[in-house]
Design a protein around this ligand. Structure first.
Ligand code: CA
Ligand code: CA
Length: 470
């Protein structure tokens, strides 16, 4: 719970990013507009003003961006930022130079550095056939850029680093030794440690697919998904029936034979919003297929499918509402956390509706469930949302029992404004108060009802308006 909370409090998600589109701010940065920590004020509603550069607490907060970077061991003055909700940035000093390390799931130059470089060299990585492009300016300022697994990286220093130091830091960030050109002092085997790098399969040498292989654009991919060294083709077909309704069907073609998923055996998205291969369940020879999208009007479903060479086994989940086991996980697939949990975002009903994210874990046999102590945590910035007419903030109408800071019993007076930030959907919501502080409100959900009771009274009795969606 703590991790997800910390992770989400600091992030201003835009749903365009969730669906994989580049945010305008990011697009501008890639075009050459420098991010600024001090955005020009606009007349747009306060909630829409997004500061593109946001300092965050640590590398865990980069996970929603799908990147994993950190400063190397021995680094000092380490600072973490997220730019335009898309680029992870770590600033640090090392070996007498200041460095800025960036990573993003994006094409092009993410460095934000616009200098006239006098020379550019390709420095090869030792083991993967890739290289980093290293450019130096007249005064020694140096920029290294490389790309791995669909992620662009840059490392910039305005100082003049020793080639060995630069190679060691790039190598540490990339998880692969970098070889400076002949003549430069070759770094020892001692690469700075303490750097988090993408885990790798020990068996086949293939990267572990926490990083998804996205094939939504083509809706088709050829890959060995069952680990038998022969490739399969995975295809998504979108079609309309004679009434104009949209449907989807997944097909795996293995050795000339087709096997289907979605023809009546599961709720399916009307079209794909996430379609990728990803090793959601590690430790087996299979690469799972993740297919997620909207079934109809913001009812999302996520299918995680495993093909073992004979049959497709879909992920299931027991509904927290009625205990029934359903095929698929209700909610939109956001990605995976570094601990191997999967992140699902969805509309959550708890004293009104909000868009939240929660950790799920694989419990075995393709059954998924909430991670222990996880909660649905509101996504988005809510610091300016207190005075809108129909929520999301709630105005207390009846004296409301609450546990301030989770433990101190108190009663909130009518007129108090609160905002739901978190819920387990079982027994409580956490709220922040406009006047400051946070508290926990005990709720009871009766079976089959999306509305809850507080101290025996229906939730509606306590508030002037509850902003439920749909
Ligand atoms: Ca195969
Ligand atoms: Ca697997």
């Amino acid at each position: 719970m703590k991790r997800t909370l910390a992770l989400t409090l600091a992030l201003l998600f835009s749903l365009t990013l969730l669906s994989g589109c580049m945010s305008e701010a990011l697009a501008n940065i890639l075009k050459g507009d420098k991010p600024t920590a001090d955005p020009v004020p606009t007349k747009a509603p306060a909630a829409e003003v997004v500061n593109p550069l946001k300092e965050v607490k640590g590398p865990a907060e980069f996970l929603p961006l799908g990147v994993v970077i950190d400063a190397p061991a021995g680094a000092e003055n380490v600072r973490y930022s997220v730019i335009a909700d898309a680029i992870a940035e770590v600033q640090f000093t090392h070996s007498g130079c200041s460095f800025t390390l960036r990573a993003a799931k994006a094409e092009g130059d993410i460095s934000g550095v616009y200098l006239d470089f006098v020379k550019t060299e390709e420095w090869p990585f030792k083991d993967n056939g890739l290289s980093a492009s290293v450019s130096a300016a007249k005064d020694g300022a140096t920029l290294a850029r490389w790309k791995m697994n669909g992620i662009s990286y840059s490392l910039f220093t305005p100082d003049a680093p020793a080639p060995a130091a630069l190679a060691a830091i790039v190598g540490a960030a990339a998880g692969n030794e970098l070889q400076p050109p002949a003549g430069a002092e070759v770094p020892g085997t001692e690469v700075p440690g303490g750097v988090v790098t993408a885990p790798t399969f020990t068996g086949t040498g293939e990267p572990l697919l926490y990083e998804p292989i996205d094939f939504l654009a083509n809706m088709q991919i050829t890959y060995d998904i069952d680990g038998d060294t022969v490739v399969e083709t995975v295809k998504l077909t979108e079609y309309q029936d004679s009434y104009g309704m949209d449907y989807t069907l997944l097909e795996i073609v293995d050795n000339g034979e087709s096997i289907y998923f979605g023809n009546g055996d599961a709720d399916m998205p009307q079209y794909g919003e996430v379609l990728c291969l990803m090793d959601v369940i590690p430790g087996d020879p299979y690469v799972e297929i993740v297919f997620s999208g909207d079934m109809m009007s913001s009812d999302y479903i996520t299918h995680i499918l495993r093909y073992d060479g004979k049959k497709i086994t879909p992920a299931t989940m027991a509904s927290p509402y009625d205990g029934e086991v359903y095929t698929g996980i209700f909610g939109h697939f956001y990605g995976m956390g570094e601990d191997g949990s999967i992140l699902i975002d969805d509309a959550v009903d708890a004293l009104g509706s909000f868009w939240g994210m929660r950790d799920f874990v694989h419990e075995g046999n393709m059954r998924f469930g909430y991670a222990e102590n996880s909660t649905w945590t509101r996504l988005g910035d809510y610091s300016e949302l207190w005075d809108m007419e129909y929520g999301p903030a709630l105005t207390v109408k009846l004296p409301l029992p609450i546990y301030m800071s989770g433990t101190a019993p108190e009663v909130l007076a009518p007129g108090t404004k609160i905002l739901v930030t978190e819920t387990d959907k079982e027994s409580f919501v956490n709220v922040v108060l406009q006047k400051g502080g946070w508290g926990r409100i005990d709720l009871e959900w009766k079976k089959g009802s999306y509305k809850a009771y507080i101290a025996g009274l229906p939730e509606d009795d306590y508030f002037e308006y509850l902003p439920y969606a749909g």
